[in-house]
Design a binder for this molecule. Structure first.
Ligand code: ADP
Length: 281
């Protein structure tokens, strides 16, 4: 079942030698689970999840994504797989059914509610317990098989789903995403404090939409804040993992379904994986 050696809460949780306090083990052959969180919607949490996944896959790891943003799933769109649907299979001689995650062009395995419902624009109008039940099922019943890094794109805020992930899933590390605005940082700090209260291993913060790069001289202009990214990270009490520019080419690639290729080809995004690996240890 669970192996404490690979758990971010090893030595910090109350279960000790008595066994794992998390409800679910790491299924199949999942090695590390990373949650990507932000207190607020629209700061680029899903975009950063996609970028980190592509960089890890490019570095030779086997990567999976669990889209836990059940009411606002956007991972299928990032990878241009929104027209595909996850297959449901039953292994020979077994009673249970499994969802087969959809693979992206680079081979990243994605599991999202939007890959299970008929039309991607169909809303889910469910109460919290149903939503968390669906999340648990997508984690537990997906045929993940070999995964070095399973990234969980969390919904914004400190609600039911975030709580379920932190309490029940053996997450090894959390990456926080923020933007350089005091009002955003204040809300993001709530999720950081929540993660710390839940004894999660918070690796650091990615500041998204940090700056715009001048197309002529290359100067980096901070359009949202006069404070530096380091100052914003200090306020959150976290190491700064990376600064991501506002990038219209990225937006265009997201809109035409080629973001995976764009990020794969763009060396600007490589710094994120280095600091991520350093913090994860
Ligand atoms: P969240 O998951 O936090 O709700 P998303 O990743 O869905 O946020 O991003 C919200 C919007 O901002 C999307 O339309 C996305 O294309 C855009 N966006 C995110 N990061 C950037 C960036 N660095 N440059 C330009 N647009 C961005």
């Amino acid at each position: 079942m669970s192996n404490c050696d690979s758990c971010g809460s090893k030595g910090k949780c109350s279960s000790g030698e008595a066994g794992c306090s998390k409800a679910f083990p790491k299924y199949g052959n999942i090695k590390k689970i990373i949650g990507v969180i932000s207190g607020k919607g629209g700061v680029g949490k899903s975009t950063v999840t996609g970028i980190l996944a592509v960089q890890l896959q490019k570095a030779g790891y086997k990567v999976g994504i669990l889209d836990a943003d059940i009411t606002g799933p956007s991972m299928p769109r990032f990878f241009g797989i929104n027209e595909k649907r996850a297959q449901i299979i039953q292994a020979e001689g077994q009673e249970e059914f499994k969802f087969v995650p959809v693979q992206t062009e680079l081979g990243i395995k994605v599991m999202s509610l939007n890959l299970l419902i008929e039309n991607e624009d169909e809303p889910v109008i469910w109460r919290g317990p149903v939503i968390t039940g669906v999340l648990e099922q997508m984690y537990r019943d997906a045929a993940w098989e070999e995964i070095d890094y399973l990234l969980i794109d969390m919904p914004p805020g400190t609600g039911d789903v975030a709580l379920t992930v932190m309490q029940k899933i053996p997450v090894d590390g959390m990456v926080v995403v923020s933007t350089p605005q005091d009002m955003v940082s204040m809300i993001v700090k709530k999720v950081v404090i929540m993660a710390e209260k839940m004894k999660a291993n918070v690796l650091g913060v990615v500041e998204n939409m940090s700056y715009v790069k001048c197309g002529k001289c290359g100067e980096k202009m901070r359009v949202f804040s006069k404070k530096s990214a380091e100052e914003q990270a200090q306020y959150l009490g976290l190491p700064l993992l990376a600064e991501m520019p506002i990038n219209l080419d990225l937006v265009e690639s997201l809109e035409n379904g080629s973001a995976e290729q764009y990020v794969n080809d763009n060396p600007e995004y490589e710094s994120l994986i280095n600091s991520f690996m350093k913090q994860l240890g």
